[in-house]
Structures are given as C-alpha cells and as structure tokens.
Design a binder for this molecule. Structure first.
Ligand code: E4P
Ligand code: PEP
Ligand code: MN
Length: 382
C-alpha cells in the first residue's frame, strides 16, 4: 500500500511519542484538542504553497535561508510591540545576506528537555505551551494550549501586517497532540500544517518508528529535521525516505547540530546522501551542539559557533554541496547569555527561558561572517 494512503490525522498515534507532557486530567486535555481541531486554520494553503516555492529555490541552490529567533518564545512577549521588534531584527539580518528569512516565532512555545526534573525535584519547564517558568506552576495545563493557539494566530496576523520584506515562521513540531490539531485539509488527500510555514522535528524526537516523523510525512509543508551526533546511516536514510518518498525539491532540510568537536560526522552524512541519491539540503545550527555551563548558567561561546560555521562551509565545499541555511537562537535585546573570549555573563541580563541566545551585536557579527563566507564561495564558483 502507498505510504501516503496509510496516513490520516490520527495515524501517528500508533507510534511512541517522546518528550510529551503528562496531563492529570486526560479528559479535559482531549476536549481541549477537539476544540483546537474545530478552529479555522491559521495559515491558508496558498500561504504554505508560496513558502514551498521559495524552499524549492533553496533546494536548487539558488537561495540561502536565515532561520532566527528565541529558543523558547514566551507568552509575556506575545505583543505586537515585541513581534514588530523581532520581525524587523530578523529582516535586517536577512538583508545582509539577501536571504529567505524564517523566524523561530508565532508558535515556538514547546521545549524538549534532557531531564524531567530540576535538581531540587521540581518538574522542568517545557515551554509556555505546557507549563510556566515560575516554579510553583509546573504541572502541565491544557488551558495553555488554547493560549498557544491564540498567540500563534495573533503573531501571524501581526506578521501579515508587517511592512518589511516577506518573512516566514517556524517552530518545533513537538507537542504532537497540539500540532496535529492544526492540520487542515486542502482538497482530497492533501493536508498541510496551518500554524506555521516551516515545522521542524527536534533531534530528540526524529526517529522513524516514532510519532513525530509519522505525522510529518503526511503534511505538505517543507520540513526541517535536526540532526545530532547520535544519527546513523540507517536512521538518516530511512528518515529522509519516509519524509520525502518522491525525492522532491523543497521538501526536507537537514539542520545539522553536531557541535564543533563532532562536525566531522557531516562528511559521513553527505556520503549517505550521495550513496542513496537523497534530495535533502543542509542547514547548520551551530548553537545546540555547543552548549556549555558557566557558574550554573547555560552559555555558548561565540568562538565555538564561528568555528563550527567555518568548518561547515569547508566540509560542504569539499563535497560539492551548497550550504542552504543557518539556524541561530538570538534576540534583538541586549542580553548576556552567549560569551566571547574570557567574558562572563551578566546575571541581570540573562533572561532566556531556556537556552542561551545571541544578542543583537553577536548575531550581526555572525551574520556578517557568514556573508564573507558566502561571497568567497560565490567567487570561486564563478
Ligand atoms: O532548545 C533545546 C532544548 O530544549 C534544550 O537544549 C534542552 O536543554 P536542557 O538540556 O537544559 O534540557
Ligand atoms: C530543541 C532544539 O533543538 P534540538 O532538537 O536540535 O536540540 C531547538 O532548536 O530549540
Ligand atoms: Mn534551544
């Protein structure tokens, strides 16, 4: 039987789903999902299709993507004022590279976590979609799903009114009950995810025999897949084939997040792509493989990030592959979360809800660095 025919809105439920919250009142949780399913879609099919056409150009090597934004977007910042500041920051960074710009925004509300609990036994924060950063409200609350839907719609409405360059939005497709409630039908047999242009599947949930990949295979949107160091050939090849059975342009983008010490594995990944003739392009996320701890704070070093970027460009060039995108966790605000040289973070300016973000200056420095690398590459290829 054809793989796509086996897919329906609930078929992912046959598979295990990692990193999901456990709700105490399951009946209330299910009722909430039913409410979400009945809402009108947020983005319409034409908007997704327009984005897909842009991503086809990326697959063909004609465009570069800059994907930018908070690690965890918080409901407190879901105001027109914050979104406008963020959109214009993403836009200005994109203009440096003449890139397609995708925000980690309008729905980047759920976080996978390494540990279920904090050191003192409190449940870990899993993003505003699930629980609260404040330690006395860590039980997962289904009402937060309704707020997530409300803020996604409000953010996307704000984006539609934004007067700068065209921007697109993305988030991790993590809370699988919530995400699948936003799948909408377009013509017979054609489903798309209406709450974002570009969903990605995280490194911790991307297994082939699991729910996230088996949900994503049936939706029309371009899909990002985070690839960390535990990947092996079978997993990579099967995953790409599962998501892109017809080997189409603009469908699947591997977001490499190996870290500066493990990036050599990218050579193997490129070989697997070539051996199996897979249609997949490579973005780099130089953030998630380079997380460190300093005095109890999660940080990242600018030198590590730049080193991984340089190596990424070198390896792709040696393998005749074009870099397709850069994925950064960053904010327009003057935070102190990533450090350079022997700098220490300033606790008063450490405001992230999850991972360390680049501030405006650090982001700009990195984007300008990438611009020089892209220009050099273009010169060599002329
Ligand atoms: O953004 C990614 C993850 O949620 C994050 O890196 C996990 O961090 P943790 O190891 O603190 O749970
Ligand atoms: C959780 C994230 O990344 P990864 O799946 O690569 O760890 C993220 O991008 O916030
Ligand atoms: Mn993160």
């Amino acid at each position: 039987m054809n793989q796509e025919k086996e897919w329906n809105l609930d078929s992912w439920k046959k598979y295990p789903a990692l990193q999901q919250p456990l709700y105490q009142d399951l009946h209330f949780y299910q009722e909430t999902l039913q409410k979400l399913r009945k809402l009108p879609g947020i983005l319409n099919f034409e908007e997704i299709n327009k984005f897909k056409n842009e991503m086809i150009k990326v697959s063909q090597g004609d465009k570069f993507v800059l994907q930018l934004g908070d690690c965890a977007e918080v409901y407190n910042e879901c105001t027109e004022e914050h979104w406008k500041e963020k959109f214009s920051f993403y836009d200005s960074m994109g203009q440096i590279l003449n890139a397609i710009v995708i925000g980690r925004t309008c729905g980047q509300f759920a976080k996978p976590r390494t540990q279920l609990h904090e050191k003192d036994g409190t449940l870990n924060y899993r993003g505003d979609l699930i629980n609260s950063l404040s330690r006395d409200e860590r039980d997962p609350d289904p009402l937060r799903l309704l707020l997530g839907a409300h803020y996604s719609k409000k953010g996307i409405d704000t984006l539609r009114k934004y007067e700068g360059k065209q921007l697109w939005v993305s988030h991790e497709c993590l809370h699988i009950g919530y995400e699948s409630a936003f799948a909408r039908q377009h013509e017979e047999d054609h489903y798309y995810l209406s709450n974002t242009h570009f969903p990605w599947i995280g490194d911790r949930t991307r297994l082939c025999e699991h729910a996230h990949s088996n949900f994503a295979k049936g939706i029309y949107n371009p899909i990002g897949i985070k690839i960390g160091s535990s990947i092996n050939k079978n997993e990579f090849v099967n995953l790409i084939k599962l998501l892109n059975p017809k080997n189409e342009d603009g469908r699947v983008f591997a977001i490499i997040r190996l870290g500066k010490n493990k990036l050599d594995k990218l050579k193997d990944i490129i070989n697997w792509k070539h051996e199996e003739k897979l249609n997949v392009s490579f973005f780099l996320d130089p953030m998630h493989g380079n997380s460190l701890e300093q005095n109890g704070y999660k940080i990242r070093r600018i030198e590590d990030i730049m080193f991984e970027i340089q190596q990424f460009f070198n390896i792709l060039e040696q393998s005749n592959e074009k870099p397709a995108g850069l994925h950064l966790e960053c904010t327009p605000y003057d935070v102190s979360e990533c450090v350079e040289n022997d700098e220490e973070i300033d606790p008063k300016k450490y405001t992230t809800a999850c991972d360390a973000r680049l501030n405006f200056r650090q982001t700009r420095k990195i984007v300008i660095f990438v611009n020089t690398l892209l220009k050099k590459l273009k010169k060599k290829q002329q």
